[in-house]
Ligand binder design. Structure first.
Ligand SMILES: CC(C)(COP(=O)(O)OP(=O)(O)OC[C@H]1O[C@@H](n2cnc3c(N)ncnc32)[C@H](O)[C@@H]1OP(=O)(O)O)[C@@H](O)C(=O)NCCC(=O)NCCS
Length: 107
């Protein structure tokens, strides 16, 4: 990977982790380009789910992305979630709107 590419990617990348007693129990990562950003991953350790950690991570990353001039945040719901309805509820509670289906093709 070229140095310039690495530097550009670093500038566009945000990673936050939540810690309890020195252990990482949750994390979220995002990339942004101009006013659009994409939350790539959000996960909380199963033992610590339902305690507000996922919400805190989501709120904090959105705040930081906004300071980087991002205006829209996109994410894809985990298609393998065993609790899809709860996941939809979670994102709706954070004022995300479902805008349809995303298509993907292996190249
Ligand atoms: C979705 C997730 C990040 C939420 O984090 P969290 O710390 O549990 O969330 P909070 O405590 O802030 O909010 C609780 C809400 O999250 C949702 N939630 C909690 N655990 C969940 C799970 N295992 N699967 C789906 N949704 C879940 C519910 O809507 C819950 O609301 P309720 O308590 O009224 O039922 C976390 O549950 C998780 O890591 N799930 C597995 C990975 C995943 O699906 N990530 C999302 C990728 S799109």
């Amino acid at each position: 990977m070229g140095k310039l590419y690495r530097r550009t990617m670093k500038k566009r990348y945000v990673l936050l982790a939540a810690e309890i007693d020195g252990r990482i129990v949750g994390a979220v990562e995002a990339f942004h380009r101009f006013i659009i950003c994409y939350i790539n991953r959000l996960a909380v350790h199963p033992k610590h789910q339902g305690k507000g950690i996922g919400s805190d991570l989501l709120i904090e990353i959105c705040k930081r992305l906004k300071t980087r001039k991002a205006r829209f945040v996109i994410l894809c719901m985990n298609p393998r979630s065993d609790r899809p309805k709860d996941l939809i509820k979670f994102y709706r509670r954070h004022r995300f709107k479902a805008i349809g289906i995303i298509f993907i093709k292996r190249l």
